[in-house]
Design a binder for this molecule. Structure first.
Ligand code: FUB
Length: 464
């Protein structure tokens, strides 16, 4: 068990790390995954004061003395925010298992949370394993060591959050989701084999109704992670469900928060590259609907270490959600004078292009684009050149034995040529600078085309 001093020291180290990250991170954010220095999962996104806040889980790797090895391992939560969907700020740790009186501090089970604003206060809901206090009659909400759901309250979305002494009574399960209807009534949803829902009292800390089992969902295959929102009088519930091998995101609609719900379709297919879980939330910022989920980008061989992502979400004319194909490009416009990671591409040629970790032993260093065929290309959409003040392009590349040219084009692989960089071969990683051949203004889709022989790796491209 950690002492208060250990926790304070840990907090200090974390806040220093956050300060360093904020100082150095301006060049790497705005694509998927959204967070680049730690593992994050189960994102709940909320719009608060015109900014997007994300309240995710925080995956770590358990030592053999902690939690359950080779399983989910989570001891605390951070909160992140962005006002432009490109630059994400880590506000640091907001709650840990060591601060919550009812949580079993050896369980490392601070799983998927949610948070919501009500009357100027912020309520953070989180599941965890409770201490086994079956015989302690003073603690009525804590009977047994299964998952319970607690609430912590703050004056600001960034915290500090103060946890309640006990979990919410009559709630057993994981993946809390809170929805406030247009009339101000709040509902708590959660899962444990089935989905459950109940009204919350105005204090947001106690149930105000019986617990309803939402029966209109598949019986076969695990389902969890419900997320409810309202659009044009229709209540949408998104949820992960294992139809075949791993979780895909499905959705159902209703004309009332507690149902009955009608299945509508699949929002995101199961991952072809093997993350067993997924976990949805939806938010609307400036007329654009956004979908938040996770994937094991930094940990291809261990899918309990995940990273949060976001992509745009669209409705059709009937209000149906159009299926989302996960992207690496994600959301947010990239500024031309930052280091643009082309390996977070929008699309690429069928042959001769791949991405690799820069250093497989250090995944947080990120990825590189590798071109191996004449004519291979990668496209990266939404780069903002503003009023066209840029005159040079810088490429960080490694060309070793390759000989040829890298062409920078706009729109598609045959689009307007704006720069050519000769590849001389025999170079280790270095930064090359070359003149732009055209004045480029506004938001543009960039394409880098390789003409030559041998492998060329590109870390980033930037303009000044
Ligand atoms: O993060 C732990 C669990 O994995 C969550 O509670 C589920 O929704 C799944 O994402």
């Amino acid at each position: 068990m950690k002492s208060l001093l250990d926790i304070k020291l840990g907090l200090f180290k974390k806040s220093m790390a956050v300060a360093i990250l904020l100082f150095f991170s301006q060049d790497v954010l705005g694509q998927n995954p959204l967070v680049r220095d730690q593992l994050t999962a189960d994102p709940t996104a909320r719009v608060i004061n015109g900014k997007i806040y994300i309240f995710p889980s925080h995956d770590i790797r358990c030592e053999h003395t902690q939690g359950r090895p080779d399983w989910f391992c989570m001891e605390d939560y951070h909160v992140f925010s962005s006002s432009n969907l490109t630059d994400w700020e880590d506000h640091g740790m907001i709650l840990s298992q060591y601060q919550v009186p009812w949580v079993d501090q050896e369980s490392f089970s601070m799983w998927a949370p949610d948070a919501i604003e009500k009357d100027g206060k912020f309520y953070f809901y989180f599941p965890s394993k409770a201490k086994n206090r079956a015989t302690d009659s003073d603690l009525p909400g804590v009977n047994g060591s299964s998952f319970k759901i607690g609430v912590a309250v703050a004056e600001n979305p960034e915290g500090p959050y103060v946890p309640e002494e006990l979990p919410i009574e009559n709630v057993n399960g994981i993946d809390p989701n809170v929805f406030i209807d247009l009339d101000g009534q709040a509902y708590l949803f959660w899962s444990q084999h089935h989905f459950f829902g109940a009204k919350l009292k105005p204090n947001m800390k106690e149930l105000d109704s019986e617990v309803f089992t939402l029966k209109d969902f598949p019986d076969e295959g695990l389902k969890e992670g419900p997320f409810v929102f309202e659009r044009e009088g229709v209540y949408y519930m998104l949820y992960p469900h294992v139809e075949k091998n791993t979780e895909r995101i499905e959705y159902a609609t209703s004309d009332s928060p507690l149902g009955p719900y009608t299945f509508q379709g699949v929002v995101m297919d199961e991952s072809p590259t093997g993350c067993w879980t997924n976990h949805p939330s939806v938010a609307k910022l400036d007329e654009q609907w956004l979908f938040f989920y996770h994937h094991n980008d930094y940990s291809p061989d261990f899918d309990k270490n995940r990273s949060i992502r976001a992509d745009s979400l669209f409705f059709d004319a009937e209000g149906k959600i159009q299926k989302i194909t996960p992207t690496l490009r994600g959301i947010g416009i990239s500024k031309a004078d930052t280091k643009i990671q082309l390996d977070r591409f929008s699309s690429h040629s069928k042959q001769g292009y791949r991405i690799d970790f820069l250093n497989p032993d250090s995944p947080f260093d990120g990825w590189k684009s590798v071109f191996s065929n004449d004519g291979a290309w990668v496209q990266y959409n939404q780069v903002d050149f503003k009023n066209g003040e840029t005159s040079k392009v810088i490429l960080k590349l490694e060309s070793k034995e390759a000989k040829g040219t890298l062409e920078l084009r706009l729109g598609n692989e045959k689009g307007k040529l704006i720069a050519k960089q000769k590849i001389s071969g025999s170079s280790n990683w270095n930064e090359t600078k070359t003149d732009l051949e055209a004045n480029v203004k506004g938001v543009q889709d960039l394409v880098l085309v390789y003409k030559g022989k041998g492998n060329v790796a590109v870390d980033w491209v930037s303009f000044n």
